[in-house]
Design a protein around this ligand. Structure first.
Ligand code: UTP
Length: 292
């Protein structure tokens, strides 16, 4: 039912203040979980969902992200000369095809809604995905792939949702649920970071969205909201009713890697899942456990 989603927007213009001092000179999205930067996980997830065009909304101090998705001729030559040709594949296999990656600058970090709006000309008049790299999702099927499949059936807008503890609603966009069927829930309302006593539910919006291009018209006029930032949630709320709008309770575990504890938990979960280090880490954790 929905038109094919071919483009993905990666807003990477945030300041990453929760991760200072690491993020003083290093983009938050370049922090590695085990051995891959967060942004690479997000790009690989988009690939897995059939995305063909990759749009980054960057900001000052984010040029390492552009370099990461480009050749490094010195590195590749050095690996070749030292007989480590197999590492060249490791360093280059995740690069999108030349010409399928585009960058625009947010200029001022005025909020996620403003970052998405900055991608309007690159997206044009078609549905698109948004992935926040600091929400890392460990799953059997890529989270965005689950969403693309659901959205192709339902049409309209689709957001990833997760139940959160009631006392944490003030960290998320929270939805008012309508009818629910299987893992889909109708979105009847959305509110950004409500206090627990004001929250319409404990269903939180996670950093994966499939949106219709009409959102750009709303973002164009969007006044600053919570935190004095231009909130994507506020423009999404204004689209409810006009188009199908569903939340998908995805299969997988989500980690908030913009937060230090969440990042550590992700590192442990991803390392435990790895064949080359899972056992070693498990032994180490067992040794530690009696002392905790
Ligand atoms: P966060 O709420 O995590 O903000 O943004 P932040 O600035 O990155 O980090 P903290 O809270 O200061 O530690 C959620 C997502 O929106 C992007 C971020 O890069 C992140 O992926 N974002 C946020 C922008 O691209 N531009 C903005 O102006 C704000």
């Amino acid at each position: 039912m929905g038109a094919k989603v071919k483009k993905a927007v990666f807003p990477v213009g945030g300041m990453g203040t929760r991760f200072l001092p690491a993020t003083k000179a290093l983009p938050k999205e370049m922090l590695p979980v085990v051995d891959k930067p967060l942004i690479q996980y997000a790009v690989e997830e988009a690939f897995a969902a059939g995305i063909e065009e990759f749009i980054f909304v960057t900001g000052r101090g984010k040029s390492a992200i552009e370099d990461h998705f480009d050749h490094s001729f010195e590195l590749e030559r050095m690996l070749q000369d030292r007989g480590k040709a197999e590492m060249i594949e490791v360093a280059t296999s995740m690069m999108p095809r030349a010409g399928s990656i585009a960058y625009t600058r947010q200029m001022e970090p005025q909020g996620l809604g403003h970052a998405v709006w900055c991608a309007r000309h690159l997206v044009g008049d078609e549905p698109f995905a948004v992935l926040l790299a600091d929400d890392l999702i460990l799953s059997k099927t890529a989270c965005l792939k689950q969403m693309v499949e659901a959205q192709s059936r339902m049409g309209g807008n689709m957001i990833a949702v997760m139940d959160v503890p009631a006392e944490h609603t003030n960290r998320y966009g929270i939805l008012s649920p309508g009818f629910a069927h299987d893992n889909l829930v109708e979105v009847k309302g959305l509110v950004e970071k409500p206090k627990p006593e004001d929250a319409p539910s404990n269903k939180a919006v996670i950093g994966r969205y499939i949106l219709q291009p009409e959102v750009f018209e709303l973002l164009e006029k969007q006044e600053p909201g919570a935190g004095n930032e231009i909130q994507l949630t506020d423009s999404l709320a204004a689209m409810i009713g006009g188009q199908p709008f569903f939340g998908l309770t995805f299969e997988g575990e989500r980690f908030d890697c913009g937060d230090k504890l969440g990042f550590l938990q992700a590192t442990i979960a991803y390392a435990l899942a790895r064949d080359d280090m899972g056992e070693g880490l498990r032994d180490y954790l067992r040794e530690l456990t009696p002392t905790l």
